[in-house]
Write a protein that binds this ligand. Sequence first.
Ligand SMILES: [Zn+2]
Ligand SMILES: [Zn+2]
Length: 489
Amino acid sequence: MSGNDAAETAKIEVWWDMNDCPIPEGYDARRVRPSIERAFRKLGYTGRVSITAYGDQKKTPCHVLRGLSSTGVAVAHTNSDSTRSVMYRDMVGWRDQNPPPATMMIISNQVEGDLTWDLARLQQRTRYHLFLAYSIKSSDDLLLVCYANWRWEQLLEEEEGGTPPLVTCGLLSAAMFYCKSCNFDCQSMEKFRKHLSSYKHGLEEAINPPDTQLLCVTKAWARTYPATPQHATAKIHVLWDMNDCPIPEGYDARRVRPSIERAVKEIGYTGPVSITAFADQKETPDHHLLALSSTRVDFAHTLFWVKYSRMITEFEEWTEDNPAPATIMIISDEVASSQYLSSLICRKLQESNYNCFLAYSVRPFEMPILLTSAEWLWDSLLSVSETKRHLLHKCCSGSESVVESSGMFYCLLCICDCESLDDFKKHLSSKEHIHEDNIMNSHFQSAHRQRRLYKISNYHDEARYSPKTKRMREDNNDFLNTKVVNLYT
Ligand SMILES: [Zn+2]
Ligand SMILES: [Zn+2]
């Protein structure tokens, strides 16, 4: 990923957890700054670098403190348990004061869990170029978009051709010493060390230690915002999972599109709306297919096993043809609640100025990692109660009469497009399609069986149990003779 010009010359702010990523034994602390600067220069980032080193500075030797401060690295004391939360709090505060373009670098092994969740959401609203360095890679690194990441030890390593110069080219601001426990700061190392060993400091840490719990700032954010001028008239693309959010019994399917359009209009969005409905369309009743298609809803035929991956693929393809600003609306319980399923969308929202709406039949138990500008319960979006009244009074509006079908029909198994419902139905009952359907089904059913056998075999290993019946021995051999099928192909 290459940066744009403004970001490449903008300032670079570095938060460094010295406990996770320490200065190696015998390494000259004065070389940390030039090593970081060199890594950025290599990627074309030439902005001024500010570094703050966090940790329990009572444990940091004098020569290290002196080495850091002499090269303009600020030193912040935190007690070890609160380093992560204090660093993050400072990061959030810095973002408030320093609008993009700017670059953030985090040196820590603990960019994961709640920190990743909150930072990924912050990045979906306000995009900084983000860089990471760590000595141990975290497991959930799929959610946060980084322009580059480094291994700490490699970052510090000498290059061929000798050590980087100790004197840096940029102007250094006077390095400061901070005590985050007491809100104390000074410019002299002696004064700083004296403070850390003072009674006052000890007492403050004992009675009023900084919070060890990370504060997720986006948790308090609203779920619905009025449209920004950039997004108000931009395109809106709707991916609708018809299984998670079905058409309610007795509901006129022709009202789905107007309901969605009315809901987004209420919060200021008037751009053109395209809708694709995902399901095993052989299960969708004809009158729904006809009614939806008459209101320009497109259909994508898929199977349960691959429905979500097909929705995500469709989203990716749509972003290629429709650069930001634009809005993506996801109608699905699973995609709304699963970080795994929404990770690709989450990354795209961090990279570009896309806006996201969610609708679901049940509110997700945990707040989604997707940062939304609006969320709806599916039933209230469709105004189901209103519909029931509507049906009761048997009043039928003329505008709802069936017009010629205009939605498209896609079979995502055979990659085949049909323009009419008749063609689509013909395709779904064709030999070629049924063959494709069977392949997909048997592939995933056998994957399911393999997974079960794998668990049984593991259990047998653990319990040191050898299969007794012929059937069990066969199952075991079956498993050993075949490879585990990759579930996500
Ligand atoms: Zn203090
Ligand atoms: Zn097909």
